[in-house]
Each structure stands twice: as structure tokens, then as C-alpha cells.
Design a protein around this ligand. Structure first.
Ligand SMILES: O=P(O)(O)OC[C@H](O)CO
Ligand SMILES: [Mg+2]
Length: 246
């Protein structure tokens, strides 16, 4: 059951030995780019892009999210999912290289890495977009043991399928890690479901505009990565827990 803020019951799920990070909207402030281009495209059809639709798209593979977009908005007769992807591509390609880190992402990644906790990324985004989004953050992403992207051959279906998290678990040193020992960080409803479908624990860090009904599946819900307390999950605590640096 989800909790806003610290969930003390989560300590019973530990100890956590491995951590998987989502990327868009969790480590990188990139969800705003998708929102902006989708607002622009939908305005052409005199429609408003809102957070109930955003909630159904975020975290998914591009083509899966595109199908949701054209079908849910009722524009599929005028714009196919494939054409939607082509249309938004030019705008996204200009935006992605400007991607910023989310608050607390750098501190948490460095902390876990320095303490020898194996960490990786599991993102629905495909390799070409991944490269654009991370080009200013290569040092931080180099700390990941591995990175699984949406176009990976083992990821047959996007989130909420567990495929991507199971593939990520299999690639840690020594092979498959018990899902019960893995903590996933996610921002999207589809991603939280995918992690639970993989049998893992999930800390959700949702956008404040996301309906709180989507919090229920997560084991812990935080306003920001800055609020994460590693010791709640049996992970090494921050040396100075009162210092919240980016
Ligand atoms: O949230 P991610 O990192 O799985 O990315 C998914 C899409 O690229 C954006 O919603
Ligand atoms: Mg995400």
C-alpha cells in the first residue's frame, strides 16, 4: 500500500541489494518535453492535452504511447500513431540535448555507487533518444553497471510488462538477482506496475499533477528523490542526512 512520505513498513521488505532506476521523469526532467509537443500537436485538433491522458502514455515505449495518444483523443482517423511519431520527432530532437537532472538524482546515484550498491537504468526510451537525452550527463550514467533501453531485443513489451525490469535484473554481476532484493525508482504508473509485475519493490516519485489514485500500487511515494532515506530499505545511509544537495 502506498504512503506519502516515509513508509516504515518498507523496511520489512529489505534488505535491498540492487537498485534499478527509471530515466525519463525520474533521473532526467524530460517528461516536460513530451508534454509540450503533445500539447502543440493536439491544439491543431482543438483539443487539450491533460494529465489523465499523460498518465496513460508516460513510461511506455514510443509506439505504444503513440497509439494511446491517437486513440484516446479520437484523432486516429486524421493522424496515425506512426505519423504522430514522425511529426513530434523534429521538436523532440531539439529539446532532448537540453535535458536537466531531476533534484536529488546525482546525489543518490553517487551515494549508491560509492557504497558499492549495484545500480542500473531501465528506460522505455530507445537508443537514439537515450543518446540525445544523456549527452550532457555521461559521467553520471557511466556509474551504472548496465543500461536497458526500450529497443533492447529482450524487451518484447514495454511497461507495464515486467520484461524490462527482468532483463535489467538478469544483467547484474553474477546473473539473475532475486527480485525481492531489488528496489526500483519510477515516476510513471506503467513503470510502477511493471516493477510490481516483476516482483520488485518500488519507490514512486510522481509529478505532483498526476492523480493520486496512481500512487496506490507503489511501496513508497516521495515528492522528490531528495526525500529518499536509504536506511528505510536497508541501504547505507547518507553520511549527512540533513544535507540535501542536488
Ligand atoms: O520513463 P522511461 O525512462 O521508461 O521513458 C519512457 C518514455 O521515453 C517517456 O515516457
Ligand atoms: Mg519515467
Amino acid at each position: 500500500m502506498a504512503n506519502q512520505g516515509i513508509d516504515t513498513s518498507s523496511a520489512r521488505k529489505g534488505p535491498i541489494t540492487h537498485v534499478i532506476f527509471d530515466m525519463d521523469g525520474l533521473l532526467l526532467d524530460t517528461e516536460k518535453f513530451y508534454t509540450e509537443v503533445q500539447e502543440i500537436i493536439l491544439a491543431r485538433y482543438n483539443k487539450i492535452f491533460d494529465w489523465s491522458l499523460k498518465a496513460k502514455m508516460m513510461g511506455k515505449k514510443a509506439i505504444e504511447a503513440a497509439r494511446v495518444f491517437v486513440e484516446e483523443t479520437g484523432i486516429s482517423d486524421s493522424l496515425t500513431a506512426e505519423d504522430f511519431l514522425v511529426e513530434r520527432e523534429e521538436m523532440l530532437q531539439k529539446m532532448f540535448p537540453t535535458s536537466d537532472l531531476m533534484p536529488g538524482a546525482s546525489r543518490l546515484i553517487h551515494h549508491l555507487h560509492e557504497n558499492g550498491i549495484p545500480i542500473c537504468v531501465a528506460t522505455g526510451t530507445h537508443t537514439r533518444h537515450f543518446d540525445l537525452k544523456t549527452q550532457r550527463h555521461s559521467e553520471l550514467f557511466s556509474l551504472m553497471h548496465h543500461i536497458v533501453r526500450g529497443d533492447d531485443p529482450e524487451v518484447k513489451q514495454g511497461k507495464p510488462s515486467p520484461d524490462i525490469f527482468l532483463a535489467a535484473a538478469n544483467r547484474f554481476e553474477g546473473g539473475s538477482v532475486d527480485p525481492q532484493r531489488i528496489l526500483v525508482f519510477e515516476d510513471a504508473p506503467s513503470g510502477v506496475l511493471a516493477a510490481k509485475n516483476a516482483g520488485m519493490s518500488v519507490v514512486m516519485v510522481p509529478d505532483a499533477r498526476l492523480d493520486s489514485q496512481y500512487h496506490q500500487v507503489a511501496d513508497q511515494v516521495l515528492n522528490s528523490l531528495l526525500d529518499f532515506s536509504p536506511a528505510d530499505w536497508g541501504l547505507p545511509p547518507f553520511e549527512n542526512a540533513s544535507t540535501k544537495l542536488d
